[in-house]
Design a protein around this ligand. Structure first.
Ligand code: DNO
Length: 351
């Protein structure tokens, strides 16, 4: 297990020095943020990031994300140009020593929450998703106030992309994903970079847009689209765990054993009664609905040797900053995960 931590670049209030001081920290998880989706990242920007990270004593091995252009998901004729850029990004990141790329295939919206500063009982704040609030939102009438959704869509272009998706079935989305994978996985193999798709967050369709990386059946299908270990997963416990239908422990065991889990996002969520949504909670198992010990054990027992990062933290101790990505609670998460791993590995010795 290689511990890692997401860092949003030099403008991130959390510094590389802060991150380096967390025990057992190995790699940074970052991206080039100043290039529009679908374009090639400059070698200079990649080299600059790598240098900053390595000078701080950390490894530059995980990229999250190289985003997938909407035309690829929609299967438009222009997709080939964007796929060529994607292949080039894989090559350039490979030259810089990157080992794993996280991406997602969610139409239009990435992770979605209804509030980013919900106050929990202990006065910390966290990200929540309440279904009744989502149901009241309509992206097309402008009543969409999705916090944290940093999109470059104008109202007009959003309307247009929704119209394009209206013509697309779930099967079409699968076909477009296959087309993309068939083009990029051979390049990833040549460059020795593990591609790690992130599950849809939350793992159900929103605003009438299809979402397909949501459950075991669909993940099995995804993995069989291109049967290569370079076509793998970012196992995100919070994304899968917000549906009680997903047995996250069993999925962690199964896909790790198959050699397809390259990156893990460890986050705990409290699933609300009556299917009303979920709240993000502290990493410690008893704070939410997920058994973090059992998930780490499933990884350990099945020979996991990829990257783990503590996912979203709450805001605690008066910290302000990027919701979900402050220092303190994610650092607590990392030390907790280190503790679980040490106990599991020592407990297993000699067995
Ligand atoms: C949210 C993240 C996601 C993730 C992308 C991967 O905090 O987990 O935004 O980075 O879905 O492409």
């Amino acid at each position: 297990m290689k511990m890692s931590f997401r860092w949003y670049g030099p403008d991130d209030p959390v510094t590389l020095t802060n991150i380096r001081q967390i025990p057992n920290m190995y790699s940074i998880v970052t991206a080039v943020y100043d290039v529009p989706v679908g374009e090639v990242w400059s070698r200079e920007s990649i080299a600059k990031l790598k240098k900053q990270v390595e000078e701080a004593g950390l490894a530059f091995e995980v990229i999250e994300s190289v985003p997938v252009h909407e035309d690829i998901k929609l299967g438009k004729p222009t997709r080939d140009r964007y796929i060529a850029s994607y292949q080039e990004n894989i090559r350039r990141l490979g030259e810089a020593g990157v080992k794993c790329i996280c991406y997602n295939f969610m139409p239009v919206f990435d992770w979605t929450r209804t509030q980013l500063d919900h106050e929990l009982e202990d006065h910390s704040t966290s990200l929540v998703y309440y279904k009744e609030q989502v149901e009241k939102m309509d992206p097309l009438t402008g009543e969409l106030s999705l916090p944290g959704w940093d999109s470059s869509y104008t109202k007009e272009s959003l309307k247009q992309v929704f119209e394009e998706y209206a013509k697309l079935t779930e099967e079409d989305l699968w076909d477009n994903l296959r087309y993309f994978l068939e083009a990029i996985i051979p390049v990833a193999e040549q460059c020795d970079i593990k591609m790690a798709i992130h599950e849809d967050d939350p793992c159900w369709p929103i605003f009438g847009l299809p979402r397909i990386i949501t459950n075991e059946r669909n993940i099995d299908r995804f993995l069989s689209l291109v049967d290569s270990k370079y076509n793998g997963l970012t196992l995100c416990t919070g994304s899968l765990g917000c549906s009680l239908e997903n047995d996250v422990v069993a999925m962690a065991a199964k896909y790790t054993k198959a050699g397809r889990v390259h990156f893990v996002h460890m986050r705990n969520v409290k699933v609300l009664e009556g299917d009303r949504g979920f709240e993000e909670r502290a990493h410690y198992s008893a704070c939410g609905s997920l058994d973090m010990y059992e998930i780490m054990k499933a990884l350990y027992d099945n020979g996991f040797d990829g990257y783990v990062r503590p996912d979203h933290g709450r805001m605690i101790w008066g910290e302000t900053g990027r919701p979900g990505y402050g220092l303190y609670d994610r650092a607590l998460g990392a030390t907790y995960l280190n503790g679980l791993w040490e106990a599991i590995s020592k407990g297993s010795q000699g067995k």
